[in-house]
Write a protein that binds this ligand. Sequence first.
Ligand code: IPM
Ligand code: MG
Length: 357
Amino acid sequence: MSKILVLAGDGIGPEIVRQAVKILDQLKLQGCHLELETANLGGVAYDQEGSPFPETTRKLAEQADAILLGAVGGPQYDDVERHLRPEQGLLDIRGHLNLFANLRPALLYEDLAEASSLKPELVAGLDLLIVRELVGGIYFGQPRAKEIKDGRRWGYNTMVYNEDEIRRIAHVAFAAAAKREGRLCSVDKANVLEVSLLWREIMEEVKTDYPTVELSHMYVDNAAMQLIRAPKQFDVMVTSNLFGDILSDAAAMLTGSIGMLPSASLNEDNLGMYEPIHGSAPDIAGKGIANPLATILSVAMMLRYSLSLEVEAKQVEEAVMQALTAGARTADIAKAGETIMSTDEMGDAVLRAMRTV
Ligand code: IPM
Ligand code: MG
């Protein structure tokens, strides 16, 4: 029996997670031994339990085989102290479970080429994987503070990595590239930052373990430009926490909508948390118009990476593809004139496809 902890979170989180749970329930009907539990994370956890990552959630997370997360955050928490903010709950659970390897695949579904903000020929066939370091770098580095010193206000953070942290994410990225087209682009800012010089050095060292992988390096500003200019040049990109956060949003848009991109965050034991890369979208929360596909595709990643259910993972991906081919569209991916589905209808469209693939 695999235990899945479901953390719906805030904003559109509950709506999109509900669709993903339909898929998990279908898999149970098909004979998968899955046990679902729920807990709070983010703003809802702060509201109900006084902490964005409460003890109850921590215990359940430690016992789970995999975690499914919707999204966290909302404007009502803007004035809450930083250590109690919803985002801190997300960073805390990532840190607590040591989920250092964040995989963010950007895949263009043929039927959505027109939804991309780039010309269809630039994105047709796009299939890239961003490997983002997730529990280090400037997000976690010390010292950090917003304080008053010498009568002035200061704010600072520290971008710091040690060689072990770089080496373990390098191995994940090289191994992923070896299974794909064998091209790995490491993104840094080595023309300015010492932390990037070390990053580059370690990438070169780890390369010797992966003779079939071709390693290149790119500065992050250029990488942002290249993603928009010619995204198909990339196979796998590996980068630090902050750069990966930014580049993965850009990559998401190439695929038509940020509502399409799933992610997996793994630790050394393949325990994983699975979440769409988009946020809680408070502006559309509760309207039933959010795209649940990134969350459903996150379930597919969970089946593959944490539960060793490859056949079922493919079934979910295939069902999403079929639903799209049959014309299922939420507002974010619809062209003018196309019929728009609600969040719930999209979930049902994938569910129906699941039963036929
Ligand atoms: C993401 C998000 C988070 C991050 C936020 C919500 C803390 O943007 O998962 O990309 O910055 O990592
Ligand atoms: Mg982000």
